[in-house]
Design a protein around this ligand. Structure first.
Ligand code: G1P
Length: 272
C-alpha cells in the first residue's frame, strides 16, 4: 500500500479552547514558534508525504495563508542574509502541495474525510487529526505506513486509555494479536459507555485507509453525537468489503492539544 497523500480534517470549532479560538483557528494555536498544524505537516513530510488536503470551513483561511509563499518577507530575509529564517518560512510550500477542501456543513469526521474522495481517487491514503500532536523518534504516520505496506491492510493508531476516559474515543475490539504492539480488529465502537468498551485501546488521530473507505462513508448514517463517524465507516468497510483492519500501538507521546492542559504539556515537551 503505497501512501502519497494525507487528509487533515480541520473543521472543528475548537470549543475547548474558547475564547482563544473565536478568531484564530485552533490549528493555529502556537506551540513555540510554530502553529500546531505545522507539526502535523512536518510529521508527514518526514514520512515522505508531500500532498496534503486540509478539510475546513471558510473561517479557517489562516491555515492556508500560513503555508502560502510570502515573496516580500522572503525577499527581505534573503537580502539580510537571514537564511535560516528564510528556510523556515519557505521549506514547506516549496516541498508540498497544500490544498483546501471546503466542508460546507459540520456533519462529522467521516463526512469531512468523504470530501477528499475526488482528490484521493483509488489509492490508500493517510488521515491525521490535527488535535493529536505526536512526538516520536519515527513519525507516527510513517509507523502506520510501514505496517500498511507489510500487511496490505488499513491501519489505525491506538493507545491505552484509562477506563473512565474511553467514552471520549473510538475503541477497538481485538480479533488477534499479531505482534507485541499490533492487533487485527474484529470491531470498533465510537464513544462507548465505559462499561461497554470492548478493550482499553482508544483510537488516536492517525489512520492509513484503503480507498474502499469512501464507499463505506457513503453508506454511513449519523452515529455517536448525531455525526457521520469515521469509526463507523471503518467498521462497515471491515465487515462488508472484507478489508483487513489493524491497530498499531504507536511509539511516541500523544498530546491532545485541543485542550489547554494537554497543550501546555506539549509545549513543555517541545521546549525542553
Ligand atoms: C475523533 C474520533 C475518535 C478518536 C478521537 C481521537 O473523535 O472520532 O474515534 O478516538 O478523534 O482524538 P473526536 O475527538 O473528534 O470527538
Amino acid at each position: 500500500m503505497a501512501v502519497t497523500k494525507v487528509v487533515i480534517p480541520a473543521a472543528g470549532l475548537g470549543t475547548r479552547f474558547l475564547p482563544q479560538t473565536k478568531v484564530i483557528p485552533k490549528e493555529m494555536v502556537p506551540l513555540g514558534n510554530k502553529p500546531a498544524i505545522q507539526y502535523i505537516i512536518e510529521e508527514a513530510l518526514e514520512a515522505g508525504i508531500h500532498d496534503f488536503s486540509i478539510i475546513a470551513n471558510k473561517d479557517k483561511q489562516a491555515l492556508f495563508d500560513h503555508f502560502a509563499p510570502y515573496p516580500d518577507l522572503e525577499k527581505r530575509l534573503a537580502e539580510k542574509g537571514k537564511l535560516h529564517l528564510l528556510d523556515s518560512v519557505k521549506r514547506i510550500h516549496e516541498n508540498s502541495t497544500i490544498r483546501a477542501i471546503e466542508q460546507l456543513e459540520p456533519l462529522g469526521l467521516g463526512h469531512a474525510v468523504l470530501q477528499a474522495q475526488q482528490v484521493i481517487g483509488d489509492e490508500a491514503f493517510g488521515v491525521i487529526l490535527p488535535d493529536d500532536i505526536m512526538l516520536s523518534a519515527v513519525p507516527a504516520i510513517g509507523q502506520l505506513i510501514a505496517i500498511a505496506d507489510t500487511y496490505n491492510a488499513s491501519v489505525i493508531a491506538v493507545c491505552e486509555v484509562p477506563q473512565e476516559k474511553l467514552s471520549s474515543y473510538g475503541v477497538i475490539a481485538i480479533k488477534e494479536q499479531l505482534a507485541p504492539s499490533l492487533f487485527q480488529l474484529s470491531d470498533l465502537v465510537e464513544k462507548p459507555l465505559p462499561e461497554n468498551a470492548p478493550s482499553h485501546f482508544g483510537i488516536i488521530g492517525r489512520y492509513v485507509l484503503s480507498p474502499k473507505i469512501f464507499a463505506a462513508l457513503q453508506k454511513t448514517t449519523p452515529g455517536a453525537g448525531g455525526e457521520i463517524q469515521l469509526t463507523d465507516a471503518i467498521k462497515y468497510m471491515m465487515h462488508h468489503y472484507d478489508e483487513k483492519v489493524l491497530a498499531l500501538k504507536v511509539s511516541g507521546t500523544r498530546y491532545d492539544v485541543g485542550n489547554p492542559k494537554d497543550w501546555l504539556a506539549a509545549l513543555n515537551a517541545i521546549m525542553k
